[in-house]
Write a protein that binds this ligand. Sequence first.
Ligand SMILES: [Zn+2]
Length: 274
Amino acid sequence: MGLVERLEHADIEAIRVGRFRWRINTTCIVYRVGDTVIDTGPTNQWPVVRAFLQEREIKRVVITHHHEDHSGNLAAISRAVCSHVLAPQAGLDPLSNGVPQRLYQRLIWGRPARVKARPVPESIEAGYGRVLVPIPTPGHSPDSTCYLEPNQGWLFTGDLLVTTRPRYLRQSEDLCGMLESLRSIQKYEFDTVFCAHRGVVPSGKKALKEKLEFLEGLCQQTVTLHQQGKSAGEIARKLLGREDLMTWFTGFDFAKRNLIEACLNVPVAGMSGA
Ligand SMILES: [Zn+2]
């Protein structure tokens, strides 16, 4: 499968690409704002991404984090389209040295080539008057970064949002970091969110708050059930339902039980309502 969808919002153009369209997180969106590209799509979609990038002059590419659906084409872009490729500081090492991939990741996204990127500066002149301010939002990955366009109230969130009601946690995700990032992002002025998987979310700030409240509520329910003597597996089934195809397909990388176990490790003092 090639191009999945073309998106536009104001002067932002984007394509959603992916080999499979099973769920929103098996496709990824490549955004073009000014003469800057945010995220690259996975390696196995390179011909479609290259065609999109060759429509206009591109002066720089930034990624929201090093995961292969966001950074997969960075090496190819730096060779064929634009050598100015930027990544969050904590993503530079995984990009240049590579990271282990599971079979499902290679099947859905392909294997990214290694690439030396430059660290993102404090503010990026993105072309045509657009500015992008990087805001670190670790949790989904240590290098996860949002990009704020302060004059427009736009926030490019990578994988910070994706869904307001997450039911799985990846083994590598840090729930405490995620909660902290969801809390701290609320202090910035923005409304429209550009999610790498959902697309344009008009009331995006509200959606991010809903996700925070859902996760905090889940933590509280988990702790209550745990105090009543329920195991993590029992709590996961009660609050999130049985593990399903997603869990089996990813070899328990994405699992409901991971999320419940992480909820048990969130300090109660860190909760907004506490
Ligand atoms: Zn990711």
